[in-house]
Write a protein that binds this ligand. Structure first.
Ligand SMILES: N[C@@H](Cc1ccc(O)cc1)C(=O)O
Ligand SMILES: NC(=[NH2+])NCCC[C@H](N)C(=O)O
Length: 385
């Protein structure tokens, strides 16, 4: 079908589900630590240990600034099992599922002018692409390892292009240390102090702050887009989006709803209903969204998650199960580990499809992050007026 995806809830017809093949390690370097700074932190009284276990082994240290943190094969195998379960659940609901190309075992690193980084597979496909209506926009990544991640999706994008989609790549950053706005990580964070960020090193390719931004920072509501902006990098990208989409979509900036991605803070389940992490979030939303009903899930509990070892790197907060995927305004894919959330959604009239997804905290994403909805029934509606 033609690319058509304007919102987060209307009946889903086609979706891309990410791939974890050959996920063997994380590489800790400046861009990685900056991106995950509030999740790989710890060591603070205001955070309970189970929320943010501190990285004790295998990580970056004074003597080894670029640490490689291996991922245990057992987790990857279980993740692959769960990914097939997600694909099966979507297929059973009548959704056509596309997959990216797999990362092959030989592809070790990506090289740019001033740096190289080890490649990770295209798992959180929500992050580096924004679909707005009939347009694919590849966003300029924030993590070096993910620099060319959208190329794993080229065969999928090419097919939509052949059927008439617009296909745009946002300006690519040189992404030297000097490109990053470090102020957010240094000054504030949603949850308190964070992992220290290494001192930026100069290179001959420094051009100053550049646009860096993920598609997952956008909440799509028909002709209105809510965009989370936390850094000068995001601000530049949002300026670009505003100019590029002028006359077609309206952009509403929200300020520091999270450090980057919006989809473990607020999701739109149907016109008039948002799923949010906390009730206080209402005040940060654009005025016209403040009258929508808020569903606030019960606080996550320790027993919702597998327990991990000290050397397992945890990339998300425990609120990650808020990251559900709507298959229609009535039907939502929810992690089967969250019976309280399921009951709450049922109380609000939703049909819940429980799906197993064990290691979302290790791999940085729930159902919304792992998917990119390319075809939904909804159009360029005005839901805010
Ligand atoms: N702390 C961040 C960073 C993060 C982003 C994407 C991930 O997949 C994992 C973690 C979270 O919102 O928003
Ligand atoms: N699209 C995504 N990858 N979203 C993931 C957001 C995770 C968020 N940092 C959390 O810890 O809850």
């Amino acid at each position: 079908m033609m690319l058509n995806s304007f919102d987060e809830w209307s009946p889903l017809k086609e979706v891309v589900v990410g791939s974890a093949t050959n996920y063997t390690s994380h590489q800790r370097e400046l861009s990685f630590d900056l991106f995950f700074h509030d999740n790989i932190a710890g060591d603070n009284a205001s955070r309970s240990e189970w929320y943010y276990p501190r990285l004790t082994a295998g990580g970056r240290s004074e003597s080894s600034p670029s640490g490689t943190v291996p991922i245990k094969q057992r987790y990857v195998d279980e993740l692959n099992e769960d990914l097939s379960g997600i694909v099966d659940a979507l297929t059973a609901l009548g959704v056509t599922v596309h997959r990216p190309m797999d990362l092959d075992a030989e592809t070790a690193e990506v090289r740019a002018l001033a740096w190289s980084a080890s490649v990770v597979p295209p798992l959180n496909v929500r992050d580096n692409t924004l679909i707005v209506g009939d347009e694919i926009i590849e966003t300029p990544p924030m993590i070096r390892s993910r620099y060319f991640e959208t190329q794993f999706l080229t065969p999928v994008f090419q097919r939509y292009f052949e059927r008439g989609a617009r296909w745009t790549v946002m300006p690519r950053p040189l992404m030297t240390d000097a490109s990053f706005d470090l102020s957010y990580a240094r000054v504030s964070s949603v949850g308190g102090p964070t992992e220290p960020i290494a001192d930026p090193q100069p290179t001959s390719y420094d051009v100053g702050t550049e646009m860096m931004f993920d598609g997952a920072q956008v909440l799509r509501l028909g002709r209105d887009l809510v965009v989370n902006v936390s850094t000068a990098n995001h601000m530049l990208a949002c300026d670009w989006l505003e100019r590029h989409l002028a006359g077609r979509f309206r952009i509403h900036r929200v300020h520091r709803i999270s450090d980057s991605h919006i989809d473990s803070m607020v999701l739109a389940l149907r016109p008039g209903t948002l799923l949010v992490r906390t009730p206080e979030l209402r005040d940060k939303l654009p005025k016209k969204l403040r009258s929508w009903d808020l569903i606030v899930p019960p606080a996550p509990e320790r027993n919702h998650f597998p327990s991990y070892d000290d050397d397992d790197l945890i990339l998300t907060s425990p609120f990650i199960d808020l990251n559900v995927l709507s298959v229609s305004p009535e039907t939502v894919l929810v992690n089967e580990a969250c019976p309280e959330l399921m009951r709450m959604l049922e109380k609000h009239g939703f049909t819940v499809v429980p799906v197993r997804h064990r290691h979302r905290r290790l791999f940085g994403g729930g159902f919304h992050c792992f998917t990119l909805d390319t075809v939904r029934e909804g159009g360029l509606e005005d839901y805010l007026d």
